[in-house]
Design a protein around this ligand. Structure first.
Ligand SMILES: *[C@@H]1O[C@H](CO)[C@@H](O)[C@H](O)[C@H]1NC(C)=O
Ligand SMILES: *[C@@H]1O[C@H](CO)[C@@H](O)[C@H](O)[C@H]1NC(C)=O
Length: 217
């Protein structure tokens, strides 16, 4: 009895760890709506092979970038690197992301927006959300009301908590720790960086993928 209880406990423990490892690599992408480098990263690095890597990644998208906010007399004020329309674009994305947690759909949605010129318009954001069947029920009330401000401020609090503080947008953080090599490599070959961090059997996209040769230094 005791032995089989221990055996069951051990195998549950092992199973739990395996389950945790799949989908356990945390990847956080700090970006902003009107930034060319964010467009490049999302459309050329994050999006193209995300469906093949999604099972190994626990993704968080944080649209805020180099901005500041403060809470003044009952409402938030934001100031963004590329002006008020960037704040608006980040807020619109935050409203959709907060109500849709399927990370593959999130990536498809953000990729759809970042390819457009009119990235800060409600109709672009709503259209991209609809195209990938994301829930838009709360979108109008969120983006026009205080919820959107609160969500954007939350993205800001996460961004401003980065240590070291954000210097390049986008910033890509694996498992909560900034690393300059990983950051630089991610901008050049995100797939290779993810592949290098997958333990055990890797998906076929990882075959013959090597980290970018270091041209810097
Ligand atoms: C705060 O906002 C209220 C309502 O908009 C306004 O009446 C009041 O004068 C404001 N107070 C300050 C200190 O700005
Ligand atoms: C990362 O890239 C930046 C900008 O190109 C460069 O200045 C820096 O030296 C690089 N860091 C490393 C560790 O290679």
């Amino acid at each position: 009895m005791v032995n089989s209880f221990i055996a069951v406990s051990i195998s549950l423990f092992v199973l739990n760890n395996i389950v945790e490892n799949v989908n356990g690599m945390k990847v956080a992408v700090y970006y902003e709506a009107l930034c060319g480098d964010s467009v490049d990263f999302i459309t050329h690095q994050l999006y193209p092979h995300f469906s093949e890597l999604s099972d190994y990644i626990d993704l968080e998208l944080i649209p805020y970038g180099k901005a500041v906010h403060n809470y003044n007399n009952g409402s938030y004020e934001f100031s963004c690197q590329h002006g008020p329309s960037e704040c608006k674009g980040n807020k619109l994305q935050s409203c959709i992301l907060a109500h849709n947690d399927d990370q593959l759909k999130q990536v498809q949605f953000v990729n759809c927006i970042m390819r457009r010129r009119s990235r800060s318009s409600s109709s672009t954001v709503k259209g991209c959300a609809r195209q990938y069947h994301l829930d838009v029920e709360n979108f109008d009330s969120c983006s026009k009301g205080s919820e959107g401000d609160r969500l954007l401020a939350g993205m800001g609090d996460k961004t401003l908590a980065l240590d070291p503080s954000i210097s390049f947008v986008p910033t890509i953080i694996f498992d909560g720790k900034y690393n300059e090599d990983v950051q630089n490599d991610s901008l050049v070959d995100f797939v290779a960086v993810v592949c290098s961090k997958i333990g055990g059997t890797k998906p076929s996209i990882c075959e013959n993928r090597h980290l970018p040769r270091r041209l810097w230094n």
